[in-house]
Design a protein around this ligand. Structure first.
Ligand code: HEC
Length: 76
C-alpha cells in the first residue's frame, strides 16, 4: 500500500473508497480474473494491453512490482 501511495496510483484509481476516478476502481480487481502476471504487465507497460491508454508506465523494481500486483490481485 505504501508503494501504491508513493507511485500515485490513487491519483487515478480508487481502492477502498480512497482515490481518483480517472482509471477503473481497483477495490475488486481480484474478481476480474486477471493473473498477477497480467497486472504486473499493466503496471509496467500498460500500452501492451491498450495502446491508447493514458495510464503511464511505472518503473518499479521486481520485488515492488510483485508486491503491488499481488496486493491488487488480492482485492475482492
Ligand atoms: C494517469 C492515471 C493512472 C495512473 C497514475 C495509474 N493508472 Fe492504472 N489505469 C488507468 C486507466 C485509465 C486504466 C484503464 C485501462 C486502460 O486504459 O488501460 C487503468 C487500468 C489499470 C488496471 C487494470 C484494471 C482492469 O482490470 O481493467 C490496473 C490493475 C491498474 N490500472 C493498476 C494501477 C497501479 C497499481 C497503478 C500505480 C502503480 C496505476 N494503475 C496507476 C490510469 C492510471
Amino acid at each position: 500500500m505504501k508503494i501504491i501511495d508513493a507511485q500515485g496510483c490513487l491519483g487515478c484509481h480508487t481502492i477502498d473508497g480512497k482515490g481518483g476516478a480517472v482509471g477503473p476502481n481497483l477495490s475488486q480487481e481480484g474478481n476480474r480474473g486477471h493473473s498477477v502476471h497480467w497486472i504486473e504487465v499493466q503496471i509496467q507497460t500498460p500500452k501492451v494491453h491498450d495502446p491508447s491508454t493514458i495510464m503511464p508506465d511505472h518503473h518499479l523494481n521486481p520485488v515492488q512490482l510483485k508486491t503491488v500486483a499481488t496486493y491488487v490481485d488480492s482485492l475482492k
